[in-house]
Every structure is written in structure tokens, then in C-alpha cells.
Design a protein around this ligand. Structure first.
Ligand SMILES: O=C(O)CCC(=O)C(=O)O
Ligand SMILES: [Fe+2]
Length: 218
């Protein structure tokens, strides 16, 4: 399972079958009437149904991406580093947009974290819920020519990097238990460079926004 070639051959090329793809829906959403989204609704695409995985298109503007990427280049060595970015108007805007499209509270969330993967760069299969965090947020900040998909080996989903889009899923069920279907990994980049910004949102603080239940599937 940890062998990247397994992920590539079994998941990357077979992520979404045409039958399954047909059932997925795209919509404009105002997040249930959020005033900030009334005139510019979010472009939401359903990538997977169970568990629900959503992609928001055009989530980041090109200038936001440029600024966030510039922040992770070490000014001394010129080398790219994975880093937390905070206290800037860009980050504040991205945080607000995250709150708007997810309907969740950002008070207890982790800071936005920007990462860059070069050729061969990958992330082994893992769960993010070890950190009691219930919603990883991947803002894709580049297109990758070949490779670099975020894959979910247990369910067979493969999400290809798409510039400016953000992908969202819950790691925890409404019961608070880990959702075993959300095991995920970043496939190796073969050609190009992959930039992502992650935001992990904690379940603490969402008590009135995502109510708990005993369901084993939600
Ligand atoms: O980059 C990816 O595709 C996955 C990254 C990830 O899962 C993480 O940083 O927790
Ligand atoms: Fe992760």
C-alpha cells in the first residue's frame, strides 16, 4: 500500500469511472444564503459521494497564489520551504473565504500552510484525523503536468491538481470517529511542480455548525 507505484497503477489511472462520474453534480452555492456569496456564488463540484469530497473551482485568485508562493521562498538561499503563512491580508481573505464556503469557524483552525513538491515529491498514505482535525483543505496552486494527484486508496478516488481550486473533505464522522475511507496520499510528481496550501480545521469550535450524530456513515 505504501509503494507509490501501487498508488499510481491502481488508483491514479482508475480514479473515477464514467458511471460514477455521471452521478456527480456541479452547482453554484451561496453557502445557504451567506451574504458574501450572494453575488459571487462559489463554484462547487462534487468529486466523490461517500465520503463527500468537494472541489471549489476558482477558489484562489492568481495574485493570491503568487503572493502565497513568494512567501515560501527563503530569501537567503532562494530555496523553497514548506511554511505556515499568517498575518497577511491575503491569508485573512483566504481564511474568510474558507469560512464562507465551508460554513465552519476558523477560530480554532490551523494556520494556512503552503507546501511545494518538486519532481518525485510525494506524501505517504495517512489520516489527518490523528490531529483531531476534521477538514483538510487543499488549495491547489499549480497545475501539474504528470502525477501529483491526491488519492484515496480505500475508496479509489484520485483528485488531480487543478490550479486555483480547493478540495475539501471531512476526516471525522459526525460521531467524532475517524472515517476510515479518508486514508489519503499525495502521488509523486513526475513532471512539473506541485504547490498546495493546506488548512486543517478542528472539530472543536464547530459544535453548532456541524452537529454530532451517532451515524456511522456521515
Ligand atoms: O498534497 C497532497 O496531495 C496531500 C497532502 C496531505 O495530505 C497533507 O499535507 O496532509
Ligand atoms: Fe493529509
Amino acid at each position: 500500500m505504501n509503494n507509490p507505484l501501487f498508488l499510481i497503477s491502481n488508483v491514479y489511472f482508475h480514479g473515477q469511472t464514467p458511471q460514477r462520474q455521471r452521478k456527480m453534480v456541479c452547482r453554484y452555492t451561496t453557502g445557504g444564503g451567506n451574504p458574501r456569496l450572494m453575488y459571487a456564488p462559489a463554484k462547487q463540484e462534487q468529486e466523490w459521494d461517500q465520503p463527500l469530497i468537494l472541489r471549489f473551482h476558482d477558489f484562489l485568485t492568481l495574485s493570491e497564489i503568487e503572493l502565497a508562493r513568494a512567501k515560501v521562498v527563503d530569501p537567503v538561499t532562494g530555496k523553497k520551504v514548506s511554511t505556515k503563512v499568517h498575518d497577511s491580508p491575503v491569508v485573512a481573505r483566504v481564511n474568510q473565504r474558507t469560512a464562507d464556503v465551508t460554513g465552519l469557524d476558523m477560530e480554532t483552525a490551523e494556520e494556512l500552510q503552503v507546501a511545494n513538491y518538486g519532481i518525485g515529491g510525494q506524501y505517504e498514505p495517512h489520516y489527518d484525523s490523528a490531529f483531531i482535525i476534521n477538514l483538510p483543505y487543499l488549495c491547489q496552486m499549480s497545475d501539474v503536468e504528470v502525477g501529483g494527484a491526491t488519492v484515496f486508496p480505500s475508496i479509489g478516488a484520485a483528485l488531480r491538481p487543478k490550479m486555483q481550486s480547493a478540495v475539501v473533505w471531512y476526516n471525522l464522522l459526525k460521531s467524532g470517529e475517524e472515517d476510515a475511507r479518508t486514508l489519503h496520499a499525495g502521488c509523486p510528481v513526475f513532471l512539473g511542480s506541485k504547490w498546495v496550501a493546506n488548512k486543517w480545521i478542528r472539530s472543536r469550535g464547530q459544535e453548532f455548525r456541524r452537529k454530532c450524530s451517532l451515524s456511522r456513515t456521515d
